[in-house]
Design a protein around this ligand. Sequence first.
Ligand code: DON
Length: 565
Amino acid sequence: MIKHFLSVIALLCLFVSCEKTIKDSSPIKGLITKNAMVVSARAEASKIGSNILKKGGNVFDAMCATQLALAVAYPFAGNIGGGGFMVYRKANGEIGSIDFREKAPLAATKDMYLDENGEVIPEKSTLGAMAVGVPGSIAGIFDIHEKLGSMPIEDIIQPVIDLANKGVIVTKKQARAIREYQPLFPKVNKYPIIFDKRWKENDTIKYPALAKTLERILKFGKHEFYKGETAKILAKFIQENGGIVTEEDLAKYEAIWRTPITFTYDDLKIISMAPPSSGGICLAQIMKMLEPFPLDEFGHNTLKSIQAITEAERRSYADRSFYLGDSDFIKIPVETLIKENYLSGRMAGFSFDQATPSSSVSHGNIQIIESNETTHYSIIDPFGNAIAVTTTLNGAYGSKLYCSELGFFLNNEMDDFSSKPGEPNMFGLIGAEANSITPEKRMLSSMTPTIVEKNNKLYMTLGTPGGSTIITSVLQTILNVHEFNMGMQEAVNAPRFHHQWLPDEIRIEPNAFNKNLIKKLKTLGYSINEKDSPILGKVDGILVLEDNSYEGGADYRGDDTAIGF
Ligand code: DON
């Protein structure tokens, strides 16, 4: 499992251009626009989203186009074979969210990734068809469009079909990512796939098969993916490769509208994702534990700030591992978990004199009363509506299983379940019964698409990939703006650190933190892991400036780009 964890770290490393440093690579101010903005992992996707807005579409139309465009331009994580979450805030202040997370197939069982001795079978939940959860992205797109969109779906999907046919130019980072994962593609796929070729920077990859799939989806709607020819091809393909997803699984899939998690922090109101994502609850817990500390006085990335943030993160991730899972299957004490008196109790044992060892921290005691590789994009439209969407195949190129006939990768989201209590998944996250596998249950996520209000007005929309580090990267970006007075791009650029209870270590971006500071943290009992953390998250966000213009923060750690007008 540690091996998996390290391969995820290697994956994250791909985003980073080693010769680049924060200082020489990224402007401190991001793109500033007056009317609208899209920030996503690829310029092609941001452009398609922005064009939809220019043509008069709203943020939800742009969401549908951007999600599909990322499936074409960013197959590393953009997808129609995966799932995700969207949080929205309309210009009139109305908020909401939709869960289009994958779910376990009907034939899934609690012990499906264990051998006869009860041990986790390496790679079974991460590589190949057995790792695949029932995809949710197409359901999400169509449900969003039906409820909130304003443009004809043809005008939204056609530019993406055109992009797939025309092809996408390979960036330096993308060429490196494909090269890195190429050894795994033949291991999983029976026949050669498009990504086996030695693609170089500036080559153009065309996606005619994906274009055809999208044409059918355009013609027949979401049922094409879940009940039509595409569903038949997909279920057959997964089963021929040893998986268990059936046509019935696809036919039964539904995206779910959910009430977001909301809480206040100083004069901010934070709106984030509810279970089956842990994002909103953990963000609320950490921020509420931090609220009493004068972080602005401590200063950005100073000893005291890092200590306070680390200790809050440690306690929240301990709760995450015990209490959180799919709330449609288990009872989650959400109210208590984010209540101030519960959280102040959790921090009671903390002192600046010494680290709290994770071995002495468990989940908090709550009486449950019976009555239980990813990408993010942020968009604001000219009407003032905002969305935050995080979507994923889980690992880089998901399960690595690529359906050449349909033209897309399938997720390996099943690894986000807890295969065995106490056994870490590929992000080193420990789970318990709450996140055990059950047919049709959704696996616990860390994705944290988040919108922030200030004085009842839209202030920020943001999110990031990064597995378990998602929550803490979103946290630090909000704090960078609110506590440390940074702009959006500066907040995104700033070096990040992460603690997740277990393993008991602070992961920090290499060469970004003062050596003296690291020494002091070590003296206080903190274990520092600088080596395995080339990057923590890849944050894309938009900040509303005082004059009501927008500043984009596109993470220099990837090919992320802000486009707007
Ligand atoms: O839902 C989750 O928390 C994970 N599947 C996210 C995976 C991820 O962020 C990978 N990106 N680096």
